[in-house]
Ligand binder design. Structure first.
Ligand code: 13P
Length: 325
C-alpha cells in the first residue's frame, strides 16, 4: 500500500515539475504503464521523433532509450533533452559501432559495390552519420522504395528486420548481423503451444522478430501499427503479442475490449527490455530536479540531422494523378 502511495506522490511531484521547468514528457510504448500514464505523448520511434519537433516547451524529458533521446536532440538542437538514465542503451545500437560500419562500407567500395546504407533508427548518431537513410519500423518500407534501383542496399544493424524488409519490398540487401535482445528470444515452441490453446487468437509480431516467429504470425508491424491493427477488430478478440511486454499496457488502454497474451521467451514468460526498464519514476523526477542527465550536442549530430530530416520528416510528395484521372 505504502509503495503505491509513494508512486502516487512521485507522480504528483513530476506533474508539478513539468510546469515549474517548462517540460513535456515523451514516452515510448515499452515504458512501464505508470510512466506512459504520466507522459504528454506516447508513441513508437517514428511518432516520438516527429512529435518532438512540434513541442513548444523548452525541455523534453525523454522516457525511452538513448538513441531515441539523441534523435530528439538532433532534430531539436535548441531544446534541452533529458534522459532519466544515460545507461539506457540498445543491443542493436551496440552491435553496429560507427568505426566497424565505416570499415565495412570501405571494403564494399574497394570491391566495386555500388550501394546505399539504410540504417535502423536503433543506432548511434555516429552510425547514422555514415548512412544515406534512417528508417523506423513505421516508415521502413516507404523509405526503401525511395532508394534508387541502381543501388544495392546495405541494411544495418537489425538482421531480422532487414530480412523482413527484403521479403516485402523485393530488394536484395546486404544484411548486418545485429539483433534485438528482446525480440530474439521468443520461443517458437511456446508460441505454437499457445496457438493450440487459443486457436482463434491472432498473432501479432514486431518485424524485429526472427523469421521462425514471423512465419507463424497473422500480422507483422511496429508498435504503432499494432495499436492500429487491433483497433480494427470490433468484437473482443484474443491476441498473442510478440514484442516487449509493456506494449500490452498500451494495447489494453487503447483497446480494452480485447484480451492480450504475451508470447513467452525461451527462458521466461515476459520479454522486458532491461534498458527501457532503467527509467523509473524516481529517476524521472531526479533528472527534472537536477537538469541532468542531459543529451548534449556532439560533432556527428550535424550530419546525422541531415539524414534524419530527409528520412523521417520529409516524406516524398504524393504522386500527382496523370492528366485525365
Ligand atoms: P517501434 O518503433 O516499432 O516502437 O520499435 C522500437 C524498438 O526499439 C523496437 O525494439
Amino acid at each position: 500500500m505504502s509503495a503505491t502511495a509513494t508512486h502516487h506522490d512521485i507522480a504528483e511531484e513530476i506533474r508539478d515539475l513539468k510546469k515549474k521547468i517548462d517540460a513535456v514528457i515523451l514516452a515510448h510504448y515499452y515504458q512501464e504503464g505508470e510512466i506512459q500514464e504520466l507522459a504528454d505523448i506516447t508513441g513508437d520511434s517514428l511518432k516520438l521523433a516527429r512529435e518532438a519537433t512540434k513541442v513548444k516547451a523548452s525541455t523534453i524529458v525523454f522516457c525511452g532509450v538513448h538513441f531515441m533521446a539523441e534523435t530528439a536532440k538532433i532534430l531539436n538542437p535548441e531544446k534541452r533533452v533529458l534522459l532519466p538514465d544515460l545507461e539506457a542503451g540498445c543491443s542493436l545500437a551496440d552491435s553496429c559501432p560507427a568505426d566497424k560500419l565505416g570499415r565495412y562500407q570501405e571494403m564494399l567500395r574497394i570491391n566495386g559495390r555500388k550501394f546505399q546504407t539504410v540504417t535502423y533508427i536503433n543506432s548511434t548518431a555516429a552510425t547514422k552519420a555514415l548512412s544515406d537513410w534512417i528508417v523506423t519500423s513505421g516508415n521502413a518500407e516507404e523509405v526503401i522504395r525511395r532508394v534508387p534501383a541502381e543501388f544495392e542496399i546495405l541494411f544495418a544493424p537489425d538482421y531480422h528486420l532487414g530480412q523482413y524488409l527484403s521479403e516485402v519490398t523485393g530488394r536484395k540487401m546486404i544484411l548486418w548481423n545485429g539483433s534485438c535482445m528482446v525480440h530474439e528470444i521468443f520461443s517458437v515452441q511456446d508460441l505454437l503451444k499457445l496457438k493450440k490453446q487459443k486457436p482463434h487468437a491472432h498473432t501479432i509480431a514486431h518485424p524485429e522478430c526472427p523469421a521462425n516467429i514471423r512465419e507463424h504470425s497473422d500480422f507483422i508491424g511496429g508498435t504503432e501499427a499494432m495499436v492500429k491493427y487491433v483497433g480494427k477488430f470490433a468484437e473482443p478478440t484474443d491476441f498473442l503479442v510478440a514484442t516487449e511486454a509493456n506494449m500490452m499496457w498500451q494495447l489494453q488502454s487503447k483497446h480494452p475490449q480485447h484480451r492480450y497474451h504475451p508470447v513467452p521467451g525461451v527462458t521466461c514468460a515476459c520479454n522486458k527490455c532491461p534498458h527501457m526498464a532503467r527509467n523509473t519514476l524516481e529517476k524521472i523526477r531526479d533528472c527534472m530536479v537536477n537538469g541532468h542527465p542531459e543529451i548534449t550536442w556532439q560533432p556527428e549530430f550535424d550530419r546525422a540531422k541531415e539524414v534524419l530530416t530527409r528520412s523521417l520528416l520529409n516524406p516524398p510528395p504524393v504522386a500527382a494523378h496523370p492528366a485525365g484521372d
